[in-house]
Design a binder for this molecule. Structure first.
Ligand code: NI
Length: 157
């Protein structure tokens, strides 16, 4: 059965650890984790989710953009564009805070997908943005470390 996982919040040390490579993507536990991550990401209306955010220090993240789900296992980023752009980011692990982060506009990602097959995608726009944000999670970095200025969303009274 699919399970909605608890999303770790800033302050949890797992969000600051460098995640480990997945040794066997075919492992049923890895497959189950990925299934649960996709369900959890959708339930939270998130566009990206990294394994450390659900308590697993593994190099896996999922992306949900325009009804397309991407799974990246042991990702590597290549061919980063020199051109950089600012964009407002938020994070399921850092609630009610937003901030503009400057990042390269385009990149290529090489990884394994949910079936353990090699994939290579040239990404730009929102996909490139989310890939870089999630890749940071695998290295223990949060967008609040990079944002120029953070804004707090006030609760409605
Ligand atoms: Ni995040």
């Amino acid at each position: 059965m699919e399970k909605v996982l608890k999303i770790t919040q800033e302050g949890d040390p797992i969000l600051r650890k460098k995640s480990e490579a997945v040794k066997n993507p075919e492992n049923p536990e890895v497959k189950k984790l990925i299934t649960d991550m996709v369900v959890t990401m959708k339930r939270a209306s998130g566009i990206g989710l990294a394994a450390p955010q659900v308590g697993h220090s593994l190099r896996i993240f999922t992306v949900n953009i325009e009804d397309k789900i991407y799974v990246f296992i042991n990702p590597e980023i290549k061919d980063i564009s020199e051109e950089k752009i600012p964009f407002e980011e938020g994070c399921l692990s850092v609630q009610k805070i937003w901030g503009s982060v400057i990042r390269p506009k385009k990149l290529t990602i090489k990884a394994l997908n949910e079936n353990g097959k090699k994939v290579k995608i040239r990404a730009k726009g929102l996909l490139a943005r989310v890939i870089q944000h999630e890749m940071d999670h695998l290295n223990g970095t949060l967008f609040i470390d990079k944002a120029e200025k953070l804004s707090k969303i006030e609760e409605n009274k």
